[in-house]
Design a protein around this ligand. Structure first.
Ligand SMILES: CC(=O)N[C@H]1[C@@H](OP(=O)(O)O)O[C@H](CO)[C@@H](O)[C@@H]1O
Ligand SMILES: [Mg+2]
Length: 550
């Protein structure tokens, strides 16, 4: 049995020393913090990714360097498992331990202990594919990663500057290459070809859609969308905005999916481009989140978020399953989090099974795998649709009895190709939305009218220790601090259509308060009253109490 190449790891690790005062944590979004502090983390992630690959018999592991919708100076890194999914949860803790080993010797000890505990066979090959977004800190972080991969002797493939979902696609395509369930060609071209061909088949014979404005958040989505547009040809015209990839400070600044969701406003840069009635959408900094919107006839901004996308897509898929004559055999379900608008949950639950899970894509993804077809979206626009292997098999072998059934069956098969099932993918989701709009002859207005969003408000509360906040029931109720949930319940009861919940953020050092109510002013008031309760219960300094808290 081979051993760790201690000398190589040691000498290269000396070039990437851990800043002694920092503690890193592999959280919901991998490691994410100021890009300038991540050098040692990237080196170690390189070594760790290789060990994960060895542990899985040399199957290819992905590494994505991105901080998504965060400001440009931030950066981060996440690992992607062989099926294109997020890193298995138990390894998040291993990653945290490895990232925090203080000295090179501590690192060697930590690696040695990991290899022994997990019985990693070091004679197995290690294969890793990596990519980064457009952040300026990305280049040097990638070279730290490369040093880590070199230190342990991994076989590495550089996928260059690309979107997070494309990296996930590549991981799955590489690991299924030549197999019966091949995910596609393991190249960017393979990705664009797969998506665009499925899209063209799905919209064939439909009235051509009006051009779509795409806000690329001045990020990597700009180049990906430009390439996709070429493959789409005249099947769909994309008008790309916010494509300034190299302008310092432009990334995610006053644009992108997160800006739209959190401010509930049109990015100012689009004011002159979006005409009333026209559809627009925003990608985030690594193109895995998508928000749609339009201006109504009075020029008022109307947002079509992840919940609206879930409603549109789930209803369409249910309809196609029915038309294909497969309703009895294929069950469609939806997964949401507590942040889903109450009106969306009501709309969906009247039509199909809906499950609520804790925040974070991995929870949604795993819950969606339990359905034959699982649709999951976070309200912030991250989501996808999963077709179980048995369902894909059924679609491939089912004998339709009528031409109408055959058409619907083909649509479903093409949807399995159009949708990036590894992870939420803004470009794939965008094409999916466009397919449904084309089939239903919907503009933004008809789509929007599926249900009316309940007014809502999200507030951040800075507390001394967010870990004092513990939740149950998919984060919808607090169990600690004791007594606080009862006070929230008492408040909520006073508001028509009121709902509110409190949970610690997994990505920021804050506690989040969400509230909704029948009227906007009431939703705001409820949110600020609950925020006040949270602040006071957590022992917040009265002198620093935000003035909007009630
Ligand atoms: C309210 C909200 O939008 N929360 C986001 C945010 O998580 P928090 O744990 O709430 O910080 O970042 C996650 C990762 O991007 C995303 O999955 C989630 O939806
Ligand atoms: Mg993102």
């Amino acid at each position: 049995m081979s051993s760790l190449p201690l000398q190589a790891i040691k000498s290269l690790s000396e070039l990437h020393q851990k800043p002694s005062h920092l503690r890193f944590q592999y959280g919901t979004a991998g490691f994410r913090t100021l890009g300038s502090t991540l050098d040692s983390v990237l080196f170690r992630v390189g070594v760790l990714a290789a060990l994960r690959s060895k542990r899985l018999d040399g199957r290819t592991i992905g590494v994505m360097v991105t901080a998504s919708h965060n400001p440009e100076e931030d950066n981060g890194v996440k690992l992607v498992d062989p099926r294109g999914e997020m890193l298995e949860a138990s390894w998040e803790a291993h990653a945290t331990v490895i990232a925090n080993a203080l000295t090179t010797n501590d690192l060697l000890d930590a690696l040695d202990s990991l290899v022994r505990t997990l019985k990693i066979d070091l004679s197995k090959p290690a294969r890793v594919v990596y990519a980064r977004d457009t952040r300026p800190s990305g280049e040097s972080l990638i070279s730290a990663l490369q040093d880590g991969l070199k230190a342990i002797g991994a076989e590495a493939r550089d996928a260059g500057i690309t979107t997070t979902p494309i990296l996930h696609y590549l991981v799955k395509a590489i690991n299924t290459k030549g197999a019966k369930d091949s995910y596609g060609e393991d190249s960017e071209e393979g990705y664009y070809t797969k998506l665009s061909e499925a899209f063209k088949k799905l919209v064939a014979g439909r009235r051509r859609l009006d051009p779509l404005i795409v806000d690329c958040a001045n990020g990597v989505g700009a180049s990906a969308a430009a390439k996709l547009a070429q493959y789409l040809g005249d099947s769909l015209t994309l008008r790309l905005e916010n494509t300034s990839i190299t302008t310092p400070g432009a990334l995610n600044h006053a644009c992108g999916a997160d800006f739209v969701k959190t401010t509930q406003k049109l990015p100012p840069s689009l004011t002159d481009h979006l005409r009333p009635g026209q559809r627009g959408c925003s990608l985030d900094g690594d193109a895995d989140r998508l928000m749609y919107y339009y201006l109504d006839e009075r020029g008022t901004f109307r947002m079509l978020d992840g919940d609206k996308i879930a409603a549109l897509v789930a209803a369409f898929i249910v309809e196609q399953v029915k038309l294909a004559g497969l309703s009895d055999e294929i069950k469609v379900g939806v997964v949401q989090t507590a942040y889903a608008n109450g009106a969306s949950t009501k709309y969906l639950a009247e039509r199909l099974p809906v499950k609520c899970v804790p925040t974070g894509v991995k929870h949604l993804h795993h819950a969606a795998e339990h359905y034959n077809i699982g649709v999951y979206f976070e309200a912030n626009g991250h989501g996808t649709v999963l077709f179980s292997p048995a369902t894909q098999e059924k679609l491939a072998t089912h004998e339709p009895s009528t031409p109408a059934q055959s058409t619907a069956l083909n649509h479903l098969i093409n949807l399995t190709q159009l949708i990036n099932q590894t992870v939420g993918d803004a470009l794939s989701d965008m094409l999916l939305v466009e397919v449904v709009l084309a089939h239903k002859s919907y503009s933004g207005v008809e789509w929007d009218s599926l249900y009316a969003d309940l007014p809502n408000r999200l507030v951040k509360v800075v507390v001394g220790d967010r870990n004092a906040f513990k939740t149950e029931d998919a984060e919808r109720r607090l169990v600690s601090p004791p007594g606080l949930q009862t006070k929230i319940d008492d408040l909520v009861r006073k508001y028509e259509g009121g709902r509110s919940f409190v949970r610690p953020s997994g990505t920021e050092d804050v506690v989040r308060v969400y509230a909704e109510a029948a009227l906007k002013a009431q939703a705001d008031e409820l949110a600020f009253r609950v925020a006040g309760l949270v602040y006071d219960t957590a022992g917040g300094d009265a002198a620093k109490r935000p003035k909007e808290f009630l």
